[in-house]
Design a protein. Structure first.
Length: 512
C-alpha cells in the first residue's frame, strides 16, 4: 500500500491548488506533527574527544565554542575507529575508545576557516583499499584573502576577484597504512571558489559507495555532497541567486562522482581538478561539451550527507531546506531534485516575479498527484520547520536493535531530535508522485544508570549535562559503524554516543 502525507495535508493542498491562483502558504505547510509512537532506544556514551576550546582565538571559532566539534566516526575493516574534530584533528580511537591524534590536518592548511558551523576540517573518508594503498580524503574550507592558491572552478559569471572562500578536497597517502600515526604525502584534487560573503554550505561530505565491490563500475569512485555554495543564504550581493542553480555547467547544487586518481595515472578524462571523470557517469557520455561530466545528480540546496542501503544499494541524500522544508531523497543518477524551484513538494517563491526564497506555494494539483510530470524528483520523507531546522544524515538500519530494523534513522541537527521512517515506505514513495512520502516518527531516547534504572532523555539534555551549561543547539550528526550500528555525535560536547540494544542491568564495556 502506497504511503502518503496525512489526509489533512492533501486536502488543504488540493483546495489551494484548485483555485485559478495558488495562494502563498503562510501557515504551517505540513500540519501533522512528528510525534513519538512508542519507538524508544537506549543511548550510551562511547568516547569523548579532547577539549579543543581555546585552540584558536575566539573570533576564529564557532560561537558557542563546543568542547570538540566532532562530525564523523568511521570504522576501517581492520577494526580501527577514527573521528574528526573540525578544529583540525583526525583521531584514532583505540579498542577502549581512547582517542589519540592520527593526523594534524589543520596544521597543513594555514588559510583554513574555523568560525562557521560547517568549517575547518569538515569531513573525511578512507579509500576502500586503504589497507593496501594508504589513501584517504579530506575536505576543508579556506579564506581567499591572501591565499596564493587559485580555484579550479569559479561559478559561471564570476572571476577570481569575486572569490571569498575556497572549498578544498585533498588526497592523503599514508606511507604505512597500518601505522597509528600518519606519515606520508598529500595531493590536492579540487579547489572550488565561493563568491558569497560567508562560508555557507561548503563541500562537506566525501563518501565511497560501501555496497560497491571490486570490479563493479562504481568501485573506488568518490562522491561529494551537493551544495548551492551559499547562493541561497550566504550573504552579500551574490546570494539569493537562482541563476546559479538548475544548470549542468556548474558544480552548484550538484552531487559529484569522481575517480580520485589523477588522469596522469588513470589515462582517463581530466575533471575540473586533478582527478578523472568516470566514463560510466551519464553526464560524461551525453555528448554535450557544456555539461560537467563529474555531475551525478543535481538540484540540491545542501545535500550535506549521503548514505547507501547496504542490502540493495539504494542511495539517500539529506537535503537541508531554506525556511520551510527538510527532506530525505532517494538519489538516482542524472535526476534533478528541484532547488531553487522546489522545496520539498512545494514551489519556491523565488520562481515568481517579485518572489523570495522564504516563500512557499502549493504545486498544481495535477503535478502534486503525479498526473503531470514536471521533470523534478521529489523527496521520500519530509518535515517542516515547526519540527526542526536542519536535517542531518541518516542510515537504513539493519543492526542489533529490533525496534529500529528496517527503519531509516535520521534527525535534526539544531534541535537534536532523532527521527525514523520505514525504509520500505520510503522506497514505495519513490514513485514519481510528489505528494507520496513516508510517515516520520520521533525516537525516544533513554539511558540506564549503574543500577539499571531507565531515564528518558533528549540529546540536548545529555549535551547540557556533559558540558554543565545550557546548549543553544545540539549539532547532531549520525555515523555508522562497520557492523551497522549507529553513532550519535555532537559538535557541542565532543561526545560520541551509540544507539544500543536495551542493556537492562548490564554495564557499558569496551569495544569488541
Amino acid at each position: 500500500m502506497r504511503m502518503r502525507v496525512p489526509l489533512v495535508v492533501v486536502v488543504v493542498l488540493a483546495v489551494w491548488a484548485a483555485g485559478s491562483i495558488r495562494a502563498q502558504i503562510t501557515s504551517n505547510p505540513i500540519p501533522a506533527p512528528v510525534v513519538k509512537r512508542g519507538l524508544s532506544v537506549e543511548i550510551r556514551d562511547i568516547a569523548r574527544l579532547p577539549d579543543t576550546r581555546g585552540l584558536r582565538p575566539a573570533d576564529q571559532d564557532v560561537v558557542p565554542a563546543g568542547w570538540a566539534r566532532v562530525s564523523y566516526v568511521r570504522d576501517l575493516p581492520d577494526g580501527r575507529r577514527f573521528a574528526n574534530d573540525s578544529r583540525g584533528f583526525l583521531y584514532l580511537l583505540d579498542r577502549n575508545n581512547q582517542p589519540a591524534v592520527y593526523a594534524n590536518v589543520g596544521a597543513a592548511f594555514p588559510f583554513a576557516v574555523y568560525n562557521r558551523l560547517e568549517s575547518g576540517f569538515i569531513g573525511f573518508d578512507f579509500h576502500p583499499e586503504f589497507a593496501r594503498n594508504g589513501l584517504f580524503y579530506t575536505v576543508h574550507g579556506e579564506r581567499a584573502m591572501g591565499n596564493p592558491a587559485t580555484p579550479h572552478f569559479i561559478p559561471p559569471g564570476f572571476t577570481k576577484a569575486d572569490v571569498t572562500y575556497h572549498n578544498v578536497i585533498t588526497e592523503w597517502h599514508a606511507t604505512n597504512p597500518a601505522a597509528n600515526t600518519f606519515e606520508g604525502t598529500r595531493r590536492e584534487l579540487l579547489r572550488v571558489g565561493h563568491v558569497v560573503d560567508n562560508l555557507t554550505h561548503p563541500f562537506g561530505h566525501l563518501e565511497f559507495n560501501p555496497t560497491s565491490k571490486p570490479g563493479a563500475p562504481d568501485y573506488g569512485l568518490l562522491y561529494t555532497s551537493g551544495s548551492d555554495l551559499g547562493f541561497s543564504n550566504g550573504g552579500g550581493r551574490n546570494a539569493s541567486n537562482p541563476t546559479q542553480t538548475q544548470r549542468l555547467d556548474t558544480v552548484i547544487g550538484a552531487i559529484l562522482r569522481i575517480d580520485p586518481r589523477s588522469p596522469s595515472v588513470s589515462g582517463g578524462m581530466k575533471g575540473l581538478g586533478d582527478y578523472t571523470i568516470p566514463a560510466v557517469n551519464k553526464f560524461a557520455a551525453d555528448g554535450d561539451p557544456k555539461t560537467l561530466g563529474e555531475i551525478y545528480a543535481y538540484g540540491f540546496r545542501n545535500a550535506h550527507r549521503l548514505s547507501w542501503d547496504l542490502t540493495d544499494g539504494t542511495m539517500f541524500a539529506s537535503d537541508i531546506g531554506m525556511n520551510n522544508i527538510e527532506e530525505i531523497n532517494i538519489v538516482h543518477e542524472a535526476n534533478n531534485y528541484g532547488w531553487m524551484k522546489r522545496e520539498g513538494f512545494f514551489e519556491n517563491g523565488v520562481t515568481r516575479p517579485g518572489g523570495a526564497l522564504n516563500q512557499l506555494f502549493p504545486l498544481p494539483a495535477d503535478i502534486l498527484d503525479g498526473r503531470t510530470k514536471d521533470g523534478f524528483t521529489y523527496p521520500v520523507a519530509v518535515y517542516d520547520h515547526s519540527e526542526g531546522q536542519s536535517v542531518t544524515g541518516g542510515f537504513a538500519y539493519y543492526g542489533r536493535i529490533p525496534a529500529l530494523r528496517g527503519k531509516f534513522v535520521f534527525g535534526d541537527i539544531a534541535r537534536g531530535r532523532l527521527f525514523a521512517a520505514d525504509v520500505a515506505a520510503m522506497k514505495k514513495a519513490d514513485d514519481g508522485i510528489p505528494q507520496t512520502v513516508a510517515p516520520v516518527e520521533e525516537i525516544q531516547l533513554y539511558v540506564r544508570d549503574a543500577s539499571g534504572n531507565r531515564t528518558y532523555v533528549t540529546l540536548r539534555e545529555l549535551i547540557e549535562a556533559k558540558n554543565g551549561a545550557t546548549a543553544t543547539r545540539a549539532d547532531l550528526h549520525i555515523s555508522r559503524s562497520r557492523d551497522g550500528e549507529l553513532f550519535i555525535t555532537s559538535r557541542q560536547d565532543g561526545t560520541i554516543r551509540m544507539l544500543v540494544p536495551d542493556s537492562g542491568t548490564a554495564t557499558p564495556s569496551a569495544r569488541r
